[in-house]
Design a protein around this ligand. Structure first.
Ligand code: SF4
Length: 446
């Protein structure tokens, strides 16, 4: 398993193409020779035995049916580690395993529970696929697939994850290729071809397949990823401590010509600019007159089951494709509230307060979103125009009302959590200033 402090770049994992004879292409003119292969295997495994980090998902491979449990652990950790830092994953992994220690436990879970557990890790599709994959394996008659070729048939398991599970849990001599492996291989062979190019990726798989040690495939794959995550880092590789520096072409080129650092490899690919959009979030707090309750209840809306943040809860919001004035944002929100809830501020409800709380930028996978936050507190009469306290799904929209205690314990995405923390900070300010006013009034009276 690769355990970099930097996010992992596993999007580059590609499905293996149909076997066809193609030249290695670009400057990947050759594979490793037999001697190089042996030296790299021995050096990396010796180094890994001495230096591997102690991580909660690293355990000795078990035997018999325990292998399935190990496979499940590798699967969960690998999916969590995609695009996420090791330090962040550790706590999530421990909590997950405490709640669902086996694939059979996970298969019983609901998507709601899984999303709650995943809240804050991002890329929520991974969690949904993990759950669907677990259900698929448990429902099958064959047990846990133990070959990479059959693992890729499970929902959410691509070639990388299949290779990791098969090699680490089932000792199958198959390679893994992720961002860390690509970096090490590109430097070992001084490959300057575009690492995102389909043919180049395919050739990285060929090189990794050639290197994988048949007697300890899981450990070897982890050693290669561990090297990329630690010594052979993106910007500050520690070549002088590297166990395979004598096999490294990029290092040897650097020693001949100091103007070409090893960090020239792999070639940096310019990222596509993220799409920019704007989002007005309206934290809608409902107060019921007759209930005489201390705090209101907040409306949460469930996102569609497909697409970005599928099936997750958020505050009512409207996406805009360009910057908009406060008046235009309120107009858009008012229209949304009217269409979604038949709620028209000052028409069908009393507005207690309406306050802009600020804005922040949140980065999603390919979207840079500027989020404007407002708090709208309205008062309804019990049995009034709408019954906002039913939790049933409407035809086009699923929503519910929750109080602040529930909201604080729900698994929410980091953007929604941030919005709610702005609301909490605002309420805290209000309470401090109303206390001050009360004290100064009391002083004036006395
Ligand atoms: S010698 Fe340097 S560049 Fe080459 S594999 Fe080792 S750490 Fe990476």
């Amino acid at each position: 398993m690769s355990h970099s402090s930097a996010p992992r770049m596993r999007k580059c994992r590609q499905k293996k193409e149909e076997e066809e004879e193609e030249p290695l292409g670009g400057d990947m003119e050759d594979l490793f020779n037999e001697k190089e292969t042996q030296n790299i295997r021995t050096s990396l495994l010796d180094w890994y035995d001495e230096n591997q980090r102690d991580l909660p998902w690293r355990k000795k491979t078990r035997s018999g049916t325990e292998k399935e449990r190990r496979a499940y652990e590798v699967w969960v950790s690998e999916i969590m580690l995609q695009q996420t830092r090791v330090q962040t994953v550790m706590e999530y992994y421990k909590r997950w395993m405490h709640k669902w220690p086996t694939i059979y436990d996970l298969a019983q879970a609901s998507l709601e529970e899984v999303n709650e557990m995943w809240a804050g890790l991002g890329y929520y599709r991974r969690a949904r696929f993990l759950l669907e994959g677990a259900k698929m394996v448990v429902a099958g008659k064959e047990g846990f697939p133990n070959k990479a070729s059959s693992l890729t048939k499970v929902k959410g398991i691509g070639e990388y994850t299949a290779g990791a599970i098969a090699s680490i849990a089932f000792n199958e001599a198959v390679p893994v290729v992720d961002g860390n492996v690509i970096r090490v291989l590109a430097r070992l062979k001084a490959i300057s071809a575009n690492p995102k190019d389909r043919l180049t990726v395919k050739n990285f798989w060929k090189l990794a397949a050639q290197l994988v040690d048949p007697s300890r495939p899981g450990d070897f794959n982890q050693s290669l990823m561990e090297l990329g995550a630690t010594l052979c880092s993106v910007s500050k590789p520690s070549c002088s401590s590297c166990p395979i520096s004598s096999q490294c072409r990029a290092y040897s080129l650097f020693q001949e010509n100091r103007s070409i650092p090893v960090t020239e490899y792999p070639t940096k690919v310019v990222k596509a600019k993220p799409k920019v959009d704007f989002c007005c979030v309206c934290v809608l707090e409902i107060q019921i007159q007759e209930k005489n309750q201390s705090g209101g209840r907040f409306v949460l809306v469930k996102r569609p089951e497909e697409g970005l943040l599928a099936g997750l809860w958020e505050f009512p919001s409207v996406i805009l494709d360009k910057e908009a004035s406060l008046a235009a944002r309120r107009k858009a929100i008012n229209l949304y509230l009217k269409e979604a809830f038949h709620l028209e501020p000052e028409e069908t409800c009393t507005v207690v307060s309406r306050k802009e709380l600020g804005e922040f930028v949140h980065i999603f996978t390919h979207i840079r979103r500027k989020i404007y936050v407002e708090l709208l507190v309205v008062q309804l009469t019990e049995g009034g125009t709408i019954d906002l306290f039913k939790d049933e799904a409407e035809d086009t929209l699923t929503w519910k009302c929750v109080d602040s205690d529930v909201l604080s314990t729900m698994g929410l995405t980091s953007a929604v959590r941030k919005v709610y923390s702005m609301v909490e900070a605002h309420k805290q300010d209000l309470s401090v200033s109303s206390n001050r006013t009360a004290i100064s009034r009391k002083r004036r009276i006395t």
